[in-house]
Design a protein around this ligand. Sequence first.
Ligand SMILES: [Fe+2]
Length: 377
Amino acid sequence: MADTLPREQRRAPAYQNGGYTYNKWMEAQGLPVHRGFFIEDLRTVDIGPWKDRGYNGAFIQLMGQEGVSEARVAEIPPGGSLPPLKMAVDEVVYVLNGRGLTTVWPSDNAPKTTFEWQEHSLFMIPHNYTYQLSNAQGDRPVRVLQYNALPIAMSAVQDPSFLINNSHAVGEIADASEELYSEARSVDAKGSLIEARGVFWYGNFFPDMRAWDQLVPFRGRGAGGTTVFIGFPGSEMSCHMSVFPSRTYKRGHRHGPGRVIVIPKGEGFSVMWQEGKEKVVVPWHEASMFVPPNRWFHQHFNLGGDPARYLALHPLRQFAGHGETVEDRARDQIDYTSEELWIRQKFEKDLAARGLSSAMPDEAYRIPDYEWGYDDK
Ligand SMILES: [Fe+2]
């Protein structure tokens, strides 16, 4: 069943049998599917046997991911390996805990590339490469989060066997295989779609997102936050990671669906709401995951004594709206001076419960578009 849909689902039109091809395929796999607004800890979320693939895992399909992005958790047993996997779409892997190895190869007779990873590593597997994940530890399991645009691909090509473990050869990207997992390098964003960011980091392997310190100020969103934008060679996928100081919070904003946020470090909460509707509070800490639903406002709060960082795995750009670059500030971002009082009160109350107080400057609430100072200026 891994690579085909049940016959009755293949033959019925989508409007009759519940929608996206991806959803039907996912539900037919027989492992847990977690829905809702957030997963508090991906390291402990319930997993179950994926019979066709021979390991334990789960699908995470939160509100806002539908039809746009796939997120899966896989557990690699102590000293074990997952079966090789080949996808016709690029796949991003984030390591939730433990240490291990990835072996990647473009075809049966081609040389294999192997690299080591650890907790908080991030890497991208290019489409049509076969890859295998192994646990380098003999005494405990490892968990990873896998992210891709399979739902979009399955809507366009409604044949899972075409997209998963097909026999198609790797295309011209194979030329780059020797450098496939070289270290990320900084690239001038001038002339690109993300020119406003100044630089982005380009590579297939980021060894430790928890320690990564090559960030630049992200002035518009407030709180003195910094960010790094990540691009992958030959891929339309991208990510960014934001870091913001202890006892501060960012401006509320909204954009498109499908963006998976996972926390490498820190503790706090986020608030998400559809304009004029009830608010959802998402508590988070390391290995929490949440997804701001399409066009819902959301806002991130750091309740910890240290900077917090969140890693955002982006959907394909068609679905990102304007992403983190809010173009229509008046409609898609809420300044501190015009936010609901409730926001500030909840933040201060939650800090007080920890014996802490807010580090938000008073001016932020009085001066529209207040800008934090950065050391570089
Ligand atoms: Fe956002």
